[in-house]
Design a protein around this ligand. Sequence first.
Ligand SMILES: *[C@@H]1O[C@H](CO)[C@@H](O)[C@H](O)[C@H]1NC(C)=O
Ligand SMILES: *[C@@H]1O[C@H](CO)[C@@H](O)[C@H](O)[C@H]1NC(C)=O
Ligand SMILES: *[C@@H]1O[C@H](CO)[C@@H](O)[C@H](O)[C@H]1NC(C)=O
Ligand SMILES: *[C@@H]1O[C@H](CO)[C@@H](O)[C@H](O)[C@H]1NC(C)=O
Length: 308
Amino acid sequence: MGLLFRSLVVLVMLLSSSWLPIIVSQSPASSAHVLDVILQDYAYRAFVHPRTGVTFDGRVPSNLTGIKVAGMRLRSGSLRSRGVPDYKEFRIPVGVVVQPYVERLVLVYQNLGNWSNVYYPLSGYTYLAPMLGLLAYDAVNLSATNLPELDIRASISPINIHFTNVKSVPDGSVAKCLWFDLRGNVNFSNVVSKNTCSTAQQGHFALVVEKPAPSPAPAPSAVSHKKKKNMKKVWIIVGSVLGGIILLTLLAMLLSWFKKYQQKKKMQHMEKASEVGEALRMTSVGSGKAPAAMGTRTQPTLETEYAP
Ligand SMILES: *[C@@H]1O[C@H](CO)[C@@H](O)[C@H](O)[C@H]1NC(C)=O
Ligand SMILES: *[C@@H]1O[C@H](CO)[C@@H](O)[C@H](O)[C@H]1NC(C)=O
Ligand SMILES: *[C@@H]1O[C@H](CO)[C@@H](O)[C@H](O)[C@H]1NC(C)=O
Ligand SMILES: *[C@@H]1O[C@H](CO)[C@@H](O)[C@H](O)[C@H]1NC(C)=O
């Protein structure tokens, strides 16, 4: 009995600990970051004869057809003092500061085209124009891959993003600006003027509109994904706790049933013993019926062992 109980407890613990790795491994998907790494590489490949302050359009691998990438190499001093008034859809004002300090940097431009929904799926919202990306990297080695992003910040006035080829906004809906920072945080803001969003930092930007669908509380999928995952976690935890409780309850029931059963047996034995009297006891010990008698004798030890 003690062994049974202990092994069941161990089983419950094992079951709940085997769920833990599942909970821990559910980190947010990093496919969008992997894409950033690939696109940095392909943007840098465009710098065959690099010239400062000139836009170089890159070529993406065939399995990413539909995505546009470009790079522009700049001195960080000139970025700060002159800005880049016209870099694709981006209007970069003076006063953009790069950190940590590098002498030259590359601003990588991304237009995710028909892949916007693949890498940044939205739920409750639709894209009015493709997702755009602006990311800054050190330009010291134009063959480098896997570069960490630099931090750029607009210190005087914000960077404006003027979206082109924008789908018309459905009646009664309002276009919103969507910004994913490099850590995957999402933020909405209002358009600053027609089809124009603004930002103080780098990241991925889109013009979106709420779906008129009956979804009552729509949210971008990065958020709802997290929520769903959190809900899943909660359910797994609740499930394991409930499961544990049910298992322990069943175990307790089993234990009390077993105790009752043994007591009943003991009573039966005692009744029998009193019915038949001393004679049987003597014979039963003598005639190999000893186990029954021993069972009755060991009973008290079991009870003291498991009584709380
Ligand atoms: C595209 O194909 C290349 C091989 O040509 C592969 O290394 C890469 O992972 C693929 N990229 C994507 C995003 O599927
Ligand atoms: C995007 O369009 C290109 C053709 O222009 C196609 O090859 C590619 O598969 C499309 N991507 C997606 C995710 O549909
Ligand atoms: C530039 O980066 C490439 C790829 O990581 C590396 O092979 C090369 O040695 C680097 N060059 C310099 C000058 O650091
Ligand atoms: C999102 O935008 C609001 C308003 O601009 C701001 O208060 C908030 O800090 C932003 N959130 C993040 C994560 O940047």
